[in-house]
Structures are given as structure tokens and as C-alpha cells.
Design a protein around this ligand. Sequence first.
Ligand SMILES: *Cc1c(COP(=O)(O)O)cnc(C)c1O
Length: 229
Amino acid sequence: MISKNIFEVEQRIQQACQRSNRDRKEVTLIVVSKTKPVELIREAIAAHMTDFGENKVQELCAKMEQIQEPVRWHMIGHLQRNKVKSIVGQVACIHSVDSVPLAKQISQEAKKKQVQCDILVEINIAKEATKFGILPEETENFLRKIAIFPNIRVRGFMTVAPFTESAEENRIYFRQMKQLAVDISAKNIDNMTIDMLSMGMTGDYEVAIEEGATHIRVGTGIFGERNYH
Ligand SMILES: *Cc1c(COP(=O)(O)O)cnc(C)c1O
């Protein structure tokens, strides 16, 4: 069941890459395993999945402990400063940096562990009142403030696009994200190489790829609906 879903998602990723003249290697599929048991994560690993995303620190840490295979873990959910310590040095990338104190805390923890921590700045591209993230027009200013922290490496941007019926409605936002990345790169701010764009979920990842996503985050499309209780 999971391997069949993965196969289908993979086909659609390849088709989206072809439509937009992109190399399949430019796009990393992050399997979003939140709420799903480790048995299902193991099935996904058996189907050659290498990157997993979680949105809660406690759940992420529990799963990292149980999964011995050398997969990459991505923190994609809102992160509190007091929880930074338990994931720095363990995760491949923190996608959800949305405040200067959080960036500072990550750098301090990374320094203690003598590592560099890859981060993405979360952008509230559609300026939704309910969403976390930096507003696009505040991004440059924000980046200049966090550029001074020595043990983080800003790799790019992440966004959670609006929930819509039709993926096409989000094309404009994905395009704006790509443009933001291009504009910011041209400013050559210290300490950052903008080469990651984390955008697109089950409902809209194909459009996100067409507009330049390097990392897509797919949960439901692989594991089916989540049961929250
Ligand atoms: C849950 C989640 C996803 C995956 O959503 P699906 O619609 O199930 O693919 C992606 N990104 C973030 C930040 C999430 O919290």
C-alpha cells in the first residue's frame, strides 16, 4: 500500500520535472511521517525513502531513536526555543525558523555541539493571519539580523501555502517564493547560500515543482489520511 503510493508520487514528481525541464535530482521528496508509527516509516525506508519530516520535537526524537537506518530527518513544524537543544546535531535541517531569538538559540546549541546547523526561514507568503512565518517584505531585514549567528547556515526558505481546493491557486505563491529566493541571493548576504526551497504538500506539490521547489513535503499522499485523537 505504501510502496504503491510512493510509486505514484514518484511518477507525478517525474512528470512535473519533465513539464518544467528540471532534473529529477533537483527535487527531494520529504516523507511527512507525523502521527504515523515507526512500522510505516520502515516500510517507506524499504521503498527507498531517505528523508522524513516531523512537526513535533517529542515525536521526532522518539522516532529518531527507534529508526537506526541512516535517514535524514527534517523539522518542519513550529519550534520553541526550549526544545532546540534536543534536535540540533540530529536533524538534517530545521525548516521553520521564524524569529531572531530562535535562530540565535539554534546557533548557540550548534556551537556547543561544534556543528553547523542548516536552517530555512519560514515565509508567510500569502500573509495569512493564522500562519507562522516572516512576511516576504520583511525577509531581507530578518536575514541581515540572523546573518551574524556563526553556527547556523541559512539554506533558503520554506512555506506552507494556503489550504485550497485547487493547486493552481497556489501557483502564484510558489512563484513569489522562487522570486524571493532569486532576489535575496542577488544581495549576497554573509553566511548564506540560498539553494533550498521547501514548498508543496500532497495537494499541490506538482505545481510547487513546476515553480522551483527543491524539497516537497508529502504526508497524506503516501500514508493516507492522518487520524488525530
Ligand atoms: C503535515 C505537514 C505536511 C504534509 O501535509 P500533507 O498534506 O499530508 O502532505 C507538510 N508540511 C508541513 C509543515 C506539515 O505540517
